[in-house]
Design a protein around this ligand. Structure first.
Ligand code: GAL
Length: 420
């Protein structure tokens, strides 16, 4: 039945689906896009579903990075009341597919030629045993440093820092000028986000790959790891007292409002700047995090579709999957979200310079072998390994009594030869 709906949509097209009220259904979608910029992005999707007569049922779970959402999703699936779709990323897609609760999207994917429309590195993450079970909507770059242009000017910082020496020199000037140098929200996933950018900038792509992705014991105990931890801790001195527990978007707002100079964050932060009416190159600046200019940590938002009983719900779900991969949706959505389309060959004409740079760098780093999955955003490790590493990194950030040596030992303990 699901396949025949897919064929209806794909063969006899959208017009039939649009006109036929009898084909409308409800989709319940789990996501954690609740900040200003994120809500505007998801509104694009809701509008497009509504235009086809489908009802969107929001299932939002607050909490940046999605840890809370994943916990709630587990309860719902165990209770037998899975939503139609959920924002699930990276290896977690495989974990859900292994439980045999996801719907195969392979008929639609082969008919619509998703393999040709997506970069291989993205397509591979959407597949379980070679079959599509999730739909990618974007590519976020994580290794960015954001800055308030006016704050930098007032502090006498004329160029964005390219390495940590320049970064700390700039941060000193910003602090001396009376601003918070680094806006940081002290939540474990935000600590981890900064940490992975520092690791990449200090140790380089090979170290990042060996230590954070392969969990190689000697890389985890290397001089590069020690240096990474030292630089990471040094950054903390430039954050403010109210940092602990603060949400990422409230933190971005400090940069938007000109209370802080820098923020390390993925380009969903750009969605906040834009929702506040600011533009890159004017009110704010984007640049690769220090030392990471020639590398790219990617984070792909994707929706996995759960098996549903009701035929009406399956129809709406099929349409959602079809819509998410569409050129029109990916353009509109990503213009607001801060990311770039996951689809290849989508015109970047309407996108700003940060997005254009991201798109160019995605291709260039892919060729150079420095396109790397974001560990902090669930693109590289299984949920369990990711959680272990996040806890160690965050404990080190929060508790200054924790030493580099202790942290290295803890990190090496998770380098067990278990399946990742
Ligand atoms: C990321 C997610 C983004 C953004 C961010 C803050 O993990 O991929 O879409 O929402 O968290 O919640």
């Amino acid at each position: 039945m699901f396949l025949s709906y897919v064929r209806c949509c794909l063969l006899s097209c959208a017009a039939l689906c649009a006109g036929a009220v009898a084909l409308a259904g409800e989709v319940e979608v789990l996501h954690y896009w609740t900040s200003g910029g994120e809500a505007k992005s998801v509104d694009e999707l809701k509008g497009m579903m509504a235009a086809r007569g489908h009802t969107w049922k929001d299932f939002t779970v607050e909490g940046g990075g999605g840890q809370n959402a994943m916990a709630v999703l587990k309860q719902r699936v165990l209770a037998g009341t899975a939503p139609a779709a959920a924002l699930i990323k990276g290896p977690a897609i495989q974990e859900w597919a292994d439980l045999n609760v996801l719907t195969s999207l392979d008929a639609m994917a082969s008919f619509e030629k998703w393999d040709d429309l997506l970069p291989k590195v993205v397509a591979d993450q959407m597949k379980h045993k070679g079959r599509y079970v999730a739909v990618p909507v974007n590519v976020h770059r994580v290794n960015w440093l954001w800055a308030n242009s006016a704050v930098l000017k007032k502090a006498g910082v004329s160029t964005m820092p390219k390495n940590y020496e320049e970064f700390f020199a700039a941060a000193d000037k910003i602090k001396a000028a009376g601003f918070v140098a680094v806006a940081h929200g002290g939540q474990d996933w935000q600590d981890f986000t900064v940490f992975e950018s520092v690791a990449l900038g200090v140790g380089g792509p090979a170290f990042y790959n060996n230590a954070l992705m392969r969990l190689d014991k000697s890389a985890l105990g290397s001089e590069d790891m020690k240096k990474t931890l030292e630089v990471f801790r040094r950054i903390k001195a430039y954050t403010d007292d109210k940092s602990p527990g603060r949400d990422w978007n409230v933190t971005t707002d400090m940069v938007i409002k000109g209370n802080a100079g820098f923020q390390f964050m993925g380009d969903w932060a750009k969605g906040e700047f834009m929702a506040a009416g600011q533009q890159p190159g004017k009110e704010f600046t984007c640049t690769a995090a220090p030392g990471t200019e020639n590398a790219y940590t990617f984070n792909v938002d994707s929706f996995a579709m759960f098996q549903l009983r009701s035929w009406e719900a399956q129809k709406a779900q099929g349409y959602l999957a079809y819509l998410l991969m569409g050129d029109d949706f990916q353009k509109k959505f990503n213009l607001r979200k801060g990311s770039i389309p996951a689809r290849l060959n989508t015109s970047m004409d309407k996108f700003d310079d940060c997005a254009k740079a991201s798109s160019r760098d995605f291709v260039a780093t892919s060729k150079a072998g420095t396109l790397l999955p974001s560990v902090a955003h669930g693109m590289a490790l299984s949920s369990a390994y990711q959680a272990d590493m996040r806890a160690i990194v965050s404990e080190y950030w929060r508790n200054e009594k924790t030493t580099v040596a202790d942290t290295v030992v803890k990190l090496q303990r998770i380098a067990a030869p278990k399946q990742r």
